[in-house]
Design a protein around this ligand. Sequence first.
Ligand code: PLP
Length: 396
Amino acid sequence: MSHIQETEEAFGAQAFKKFPLSIVRGKGSVVWDADGKEYVDFMTGIGVALVGHSNDAVLKAINAQAARLITCHGTFYNDARAGFMERLVKIAPKSLTKALLANSGTESVEAAIKLARRHTARKKIISMKGAFHGKTYGSLSATWNKKYRDPFGPLLDGFEFADYGDPASLTQLVDNDTAAVLAEPVQGESGIIVPPSDYFKQVREICDRKGALLILDEIQSGLGRTGKMWASEHWGVVPDIMTVSKGLGGGLPIGAAIATDEVASSLKGGEHTSTFAGNPLSCAAASATLDFITQNDLPRQAMEKGEKMKTGLSKIASEHKLVKEVRGLGLMLAMQTRVDIHSQLLSAEAKGVIFAYSGRDTFRFLPALVIEESQISRGLEVLSQVIREEEAKRLQ
Ligand SMILES: Cc1ncc(COP(=O)(O)O)c(C=O)c1O
């Protein structure tokens, strides 16, 4: 174990399950470890380095803002915050006109849940089996995996789960006390699950029939990752509240719940604030990130590169019985296998490629949308090598 690793282990609580790798530098789609070894990064902090690590435009904005003003409480107005909120609302679906700022994904979901309960004066939130919305109490109550929930009960009252992709299951749960239906347009953590193409249209109708709001969590799927600015555009559905985070700050922590005027206006001043929400530094980084995404048409890049990568993954799948399925949209992709992939992830790291995972058996690919084709090819080559090696091991 290196000095860095020993020090984190000695002084840090055991919050994360760790890989034995210390990353100290990054640029674009490449990160370096403490010994100077280079890795192509298909994990990007689970989708955070969307515009690449240490993106030049983001760096410039951070440096300029840091020299001018780092903190400014939301009680006061601020130019960096104003500029960011305007940009965010401009790229959001037309009817979503007001941003409530946060510092992370889970906080954005908390804000959405509070907005929904405040606006409707109803209690129930229906989320989906397989859903992941974060690990603070509100969003944890809407997160499906028992391993995250069970040790921490009691969670919030009024949360129920529908079968993802099945409108009939949702119809049974949504009633006159339902404040909102909360769903990921493409489920991320549970292994990149793409719903049937007519599903969200039906979800919208079920919500409208019962007067419930629709909250779409675009924290992992948004900002171009799936080949459209918002994954919900694939389904032609507009929510009442949308949550965004992960890549939004170019790597700095920031998130938002964006709502219709009507929903947002139910909140009174002071009812939902936080010290760091809308801090100028994160806002400046986020403005530069959004400009970079639109100026470089990253949704189109994600679509084109994603198609190539998916074709490559499907080829690997066709050559190896170990692979069960390839799925996803744009550069939000997964390859499910029939085995535990932990040793394959370590083997890929040894060969200089970092992949994310979902559960025990699924590789998850969330590269920067600026990834180069040669880097995608390198990733595919290493993936096919580690799968071949795993198959050979199993034949022995
Ligand atoms: C869809 C979705 N919602 C919410 C979250 C929680 O975000 P954070 O980890 O920033 O709290 C995540 C994180 O992976 C996510 O993928």
